[in-house]
Design a binder for this molecule. Structure first.
Ligand code: GLN
Length: 244
C-alpha cells in the first residue's frame, strides 16, 4: 500500500478560517485512491525529522501567532532547506506564506524576520485597511490552468514575488490591487487563499498529493474522483464574483 506522510506545522497556533480542512481533504482524497495518509503535527520546541515527510503544511495566523512561532521556525531552517532539497511538497497559507520570504512587518511596525528562502517581503497596512473577502483567481500549477476560489483576510502586502500562483479575477491577492496572487515553484505553493483552500478546489488538492507522491515514489498516477458537487460549488462562487 502506498503511503503519504504530512507534517502540519504549528497546528495549535497557525489555523485560521478552516485551514485544518485542507488536511482533511488531502487525507480523504489520498485514502479514496488507496493511499494511506499519515498527518503528523509539530509545535514549538517539538523534535520532528522534517525532511522525512512528503508534505509540509503551514497555515495562516494572526500577527500574534506569527510572533509566537517565528523563532522556532528560524531554528528549523536547515531542516526545512534539506526538505526542499529533497523535493518535499510545501503548502503555505497566508501567515505561513509570509514567513518563507524575507520579512513580515506587522500593523504596529514590528519586523519579524522570515526564513529568506524567497525574495518576496511583506509589509502590513494599517488596521483599517485589510484585504478581506472572497477571492477568485486564474491559477497556473504544474502545467494546468484553472480558476480557483478562496477567502482572504490579511493586512500584509507582499511585494517582489518572482512567480505568482495566479492572476486575480476578483478580490486582492498579494497586494490591494497588484493583480497577482500567491507564489509558486515546482514544489512550493504559497497563497493567501484560506477557505479552506482545498475543499473548494479539488484540482489543487490532487496536484499537491501528486507532488507529495512524486517526492516519495518518483512518480505516481492518481485516478480521478467524482467532484461534481465541489465543482458546482466553485462555479456558483465564480458566478457570484462575476469571474466565470
Ligand atoms: N497576520 C498576517 C496578516 O494580517 C496574516 C494573516 C493570515 O494568515 N490570515 O497579513
Amino acid at each position: 500500500m502506498k503511503q503519504l506522510r504530512i507534517l502540519w506545522m504549528y497546528h495549535d497556533l497557525m489555523d485560521l478560517y478552516g485551514d485544518k480542512g485542507n488536511l482533511q481533504v488531502l487525507k480523504i482524497r489520498a485514502q479514496k485512491r488507496g493511499i494511506d495518509c499519515l498527518v503528523d503535527t509539530c509545535t514549538l520546541n517539538e523534535k520532528k525529522d522534517i525532511p522525512s515527510y512528503d508534505l509540509f503544511f503551514l497555515g495562516g495566523g494572526a500577527d500574534r501567532e506569527q510572533e509566537l512561532i517565528y523563532k522556532d521556525l528560524l531554528h528549523r531552517r536547515d531542516a526545512i532547506q534539506q526538505a526542499m532539497d529533497q523535493n518535499t511538497a510545501f503548502l503555505l497559507i497566508c501567515g505561513g506564506y509570509q514567513l518563507f520570504g524575507k520579512s513580515y512587518r506587522d500593523q504596529d511596525g514590528r519586523e519579524i524576520p522570515g526564513l529568506h528562502f524567497f525574495d518576496y517581503e511583506t509589509v502590513s497596512s494599517d488596521r483599517q485597511h485589510r484585504c478581506i473577502g472572497n477571492i477568485a483567481i486564474e491559477a497556473s500549477m504544474d502545467g494546468h490552468v484553472f480558476k480557483a476560489v478562496g477567502f482572504e483576510n490579511h493586512g500584509g502586502q507582499t511585494q517582489n514575488v518572482a512567480s505568482a500562483f495566479g492572476k486575480v479575477l476578483s478580490g486582492h491577492g498579494n497586494t490591494f490591487d497588484g493583480g497577482y496572487e500567491g507564489f509558486i515553484t515546482n514544489t512550493v505553493l504559497a497563497t493567501y487563499m484560506h477557505g479552506p483552500l482545498l475543499p473548494k478546489n479539488p484540482i489543487i488538492a490532487d496536484l499537491i498529493i501528486q507532488r507529495a507522491l512524486n517526492k516519495r515514489y518518483g512518480a505516481a498516477q492518481l485516478e480521478p474522483l467524482d467532484d461534481l458537487l465541489e465543482n458546482k460549488a466553485r462555479e456558483i462562487m465564480l458566478q457570484r464574483l462575476h469571474a466565470e
